[in-house]
Design a protein around this ligand. Structure first.
Ligand code: NAD
Length: 266
């Protein structure tokens, strides 16, 4: 039997990049996986790929900043698969600008997607994770937030992103304490730079803002602090999420796990 057979996972922002690979990895581990994303067609395409490979999946349209949409989406997952065991709060965007030029609307949008989205999906998921499983105990579960090396360090131009990613540490640690007695664990996974659409868009933007070439953005800004000059991959991050999702006890909870080729060491 696969390690996550019978488990149900929701991954937000899973129509692309890191979230998409996490959805595939959890499905390979045996979980039924809901792919929740603003991009409904993309979410359905990922779900279809999982089902073609013999897994169980559901593609959902969800804006993680919309409380009603989040609640309805989580409810649809529970209706379809009978419960919820794993939430991976991964949806995210990037907006880079120096603070004095950072539009307030962009700041609010960043915090809404990264922090409000994490809060709203967590709140909706806990309703089911805390529910009595019939034996007098909670069903339990695990909530994994997609942080970043920027949960621990700052970089110029990324005020909103760094603030939001640091904030996720606080949410995860609070949930670890509140959820401990009810079988809910919580972590933040903190990748270094991963070549996804989110990062590809930043390369020309950062080159322009920092006045350096695109090669220098890659070599110095993105990989300069790594031990081997290598990008972290979506597979590296997905494997780490799976390990944390599968871990059987609260010996491991409230942690931040950095996956970054040494870009940040804690
Ligand atoms: P990506 O752009 O490839 O994918 C992000 C997904 O999130 C997209 O499918 C998008 O439609 C979805 N999304 C955006 N706003 C949403 C919303 N309001 N509601 C629902 N879905 C929404 O990006 P990625 O690189 O895979 O990033 C995923 C996560 O990983 C983000 O939280 C990001 O901050 C984090 N991260 C990325 C890197 C990296 O180097 N790529 C490094 C560290 C952390």
């Amino acid at each position: 039997m696969s390690s996550m057979e019978g488990k149900v996972a929701v991954v937000t922002g899973a129509a692309s990049g890191i979230g998409k690979e996490i959805a595939f990895e959890l499905a390979r581990a045996g979980a039924a996986v809901a792919i929740a994303d603003l991009n409904h067609d993309g979410a359905q395409a990922v779900a279809a790929q999982i089902e073609q490979a013999g897994g169980r999946a559901l593609g959902l349209a969800m804006d993680v900043t919309d409380e009603a949409a989040v609640n309805a989406g989580i409810e649809a997952v529970v209706q379809r698969f009978g419960g919820l065991d794993v939430l991976v709060s991964n949806a995210g965007i990037q907006i880079v600008n120096p603070i004095e030029q950072f539009a307030y609307a962009d700041w609010k949008k960043m915090l809404a997607i990264h922090l409000d989205g994490a809060f709203l999906t967590t709140k909706a998921a806990l309703l089911h994770m805390y529910r009595d499983d019939g034996s007098g105990n909670s069903r339990g579960g695990v909530v994994i937030y997609m942080g970043s090396v920027h949960s621990h360090q700052a970089s110029p131009l990324k005020s909103a992103y760094v603030t939001a990613k640091h904030g996720l540490l606080g949410l995860a640690r609070t949930l670890a304490k509140e959820g401990g007695r009810r079988g809910v664990r919580s972590h933040v996974v903190c990748p270094g730079f991963v070549r996804t659409p989110l990062v590809d868009r930043q390369i020309p933007e950062q080159a322009r803002e920092l006045g350096i070439s695109e090669d220098e953005v890659i070599g110095k800004v993105m990989l300069g602090n790594t031990v081997d000059g290598v990008f972290t991959t979506v597979e590296d991050v997905a494997r780490t999420v799976r390990f944390l999702a599968e871990f059987p006890s609260a010996a491991l909870t409230g942690q931040s796990i950095v996956v970054s080729h040494g870009w940040h060491m804690q």
